[in-house]
Ligand binder design. Structure first.
Ligand SMILES: Cc1cc2nc3c(=O)[nH]c(=O)nc-3n(C[C@H](O)[C@H](O)[C@H](O)COP(=O)(O)OP(=O)(O)OC[C@H]3O[C@@H](n4cnc5c(N)ncnc54)[C@H](O)[C@@H]3O)c2cc1C
Length: 462
């Protein structure tokens, strides 16, 4: 008998699960219906700032597969503007609102994948719901921001200096807007330690963006027509035609939670390693809406990144297709670019290490991306955090120019394999003048971190 798989959410997590399941089970064995409440499926949300800034010229470039391709080439029935508004897990039905057809229907399922993504954090500030305040999460959100720019917006305020906020701020500068970022913390990019975040702050200001740190937004002021007019902090009023929220995201798990699917401390859906929800048979979840495990702190975490969404969707799809796959958790590796500055991180920040109970040393080194004499050598700052005594690598952060960021992958691999900074300092990494100094910045930082571990033991041999 043909089973039916219903997927809720038509982007990375959901559609990767659908595609993988289809690879393993033909249409006569498994009918697949994907529900997407927006107007697009399988798009690159990661590319939205580059499309808004003009680096990517056409929105179509962000679309990986259209519903037509899914239908014809993969026998997957993608229904746009169809929102799942309720899940009845006892009757195994999804309550669907068809926004295009103006009707509601019930859709039965045998297997269900929840891939509802994340929602931008929207603090309860006066005026935050006003027209002109945008969270940027989906391609529909990106289109709304583009429409505001085409409608003549000239002054943009970004509330929160996380990576999405800063990517958007850069996009607005590229479009010739007057741009301000307000940030509650002492430095932007809270995914880094503040000492590394200050380097990013300097680059942001160097781009002509006004950046106010230690100044949380207090309210969004609304003009006579009801639209946004300014953002207020304790110290100033910043005129704004549009406001973008860059305060991070939280798992969009309300639909699942209302149906009784277990949600964890992070707000993400709890799954086992095969991406099966912990509470219901035949109900799977993947992507930004789920909680996973941080392999360094061993704590639950919710990390909204496309790299995880794709892997988790693949794992869910393989298992639904009758295979066997597991998702092993994360170490928190991420890269971004702010103007000419590359920013990368993996593992624990100092405050995460404190919270997890680790005692640690840090080492920060300044170096260059190529041999110092070689044309195009660029500055790179590398910070390592290592456990006292054992010297185990706990975290790493890199801020630098071209050629800096992807060095984080070596550090992420070391972290994943629980290497010590002593081991790391001895790694056989490549060298030639166009690519690295003879001592790669990763090796110098590891050596310095190991020296700090040894100095700590010497100072307190107990
Ligand atoms: C501006 C930006 C830049 C980013 N840059 C990077 C990057 O450089 N690297 C990286 O790894 N990650 C990046 N990300 C994160 C990455 O895009 C997400 O982690 C990834 O898209 C998550 O995929 P997902 O399928 O879990 O969720 P989403 O992509 O959010 O998709 C969820 C989908 O579900 C739909 N949906 C929600 N509820 C319902 C419902 N009830 N019924 C029907 N449909 C529903 C939504 O409309 C949405 O289309 C970026 C994200 C943004 C917004």
């Amino acid at each position: 008998m043909t089973e039916r798989l219903v997927v809720v959410g038509g982007d990375a997590g959901g559609m990767t699960a659908a595609s993988q399941a289809r690879r393993r089970r033909g249409a006569d064995d498994l009918e697949i219906i994907a529900l997407e409440r927006g107007r697009h499926t399988s798009y690159s949300a990661c590319g939205i700032p580059y499309w808004i800034g003009g680096t990517v010229s056409a929105v179509d470039d962000l679309l990986t597969r259209t519903p037509e391709v899914f239908r014809v080439a993969h026998d997957i029935d993608v229904r746009l503007r169809h929102e799942a508004v309720g899940l009845d897990l006892d009757r195994r039905e999804v309550l669907v609102r068809d926004h295009g057809g103006g009707r509601e229907l019930r859709l039965g399922f045998d297997q269900l994948v929840v891939g509802t993504g994340a929602v931008p954090v929207r603090p309860p500030l006066p005026g935050i719901e006003a027209p002109g305040v945008y969270g940027v999460q989906t391609l529909d959100d990106g289109e709304a921001v583009r429409a505001a720019l085409e409608g003549g917006a000239r002054r943009a305020v970004v509330v929160g200096g996380g990576y999405i906020g800063l990517e958007m701020a850069e996009a607005f500068i590229q479009r010739g807007l007057e741009v301000t970022v307000v940030e509650a913390a002492v430095a932007p990019m809270a995914s880094l330690d503040p000492d590394m975040g200050h380097l990013v702050g300097r680059a942001v200001r160097g781009m002509g963006i006004a950046l106010y740190c230690g100044e949380p937004a207090r309210a969004v002021e609304v003009g006579p027509g009801g639209a946004v007019r300014a953002v207020l902090t304790a110290d100033r009023e910043i005129p704004a035609d549009l406001v973008v929220l860059g305060l991070g995201v939280r798992p969009n798990s309300a639909l699942a939670a209302e149906a009784g699917i277990r949600v964890g401390v992070t707000g993400g859906i709890v799954t086992d390693v095969r991406m099966r929800t912990a509470s219901h048979d035949g109900v799977w979840a993947a992507g930004d809406c789920v909680e996973t495990i941080d392999r360094v702190s061993l704590r639950p975490t919710a990390v909204a990144l496309g790299t995880h969404a794709n892997k988790q969707g693949r794992v869910a799809g393989i298992n639904i297709g009758g295979g066997y796959a597991t998702f092993p958790g994360v170490v928190g590796t991420a890269v971004t670019k702010v103007c000419h500055l590359e920013v990368a991180r993996t593992g624990l920040r100092e405050r995460d290490a404190d919270r997890a109970g680790f005692r640690y040393v840090t080492a920060t080194v300044e170096s260059t991306t190529r041999a110092g004499y070689f044309p195009g050598a660029q500055p790179i700052t590398t910070k390592l955090i290592a456990e006292k005594r054992s010297g185990r690598l706990l975290g790493a952060q890199i801020v630098g120019r071209e050629g800096a960021a992807k060095r984080i992958d070596v550090l992420a691999t070391a972290l994943w394999n629980e290497m010590t900074v002593e081991d790391l300092a001895g790694l056989d990494l490549s060298y030639a003048p166009p690519f690295a100094p003879v001592w790669d910045p990763v090796l110098i930082a590891a050596r310095k971190a190991w020296e700090a571990v040894e100095a700590d033991v010497a100072a307190d041999p107990r």
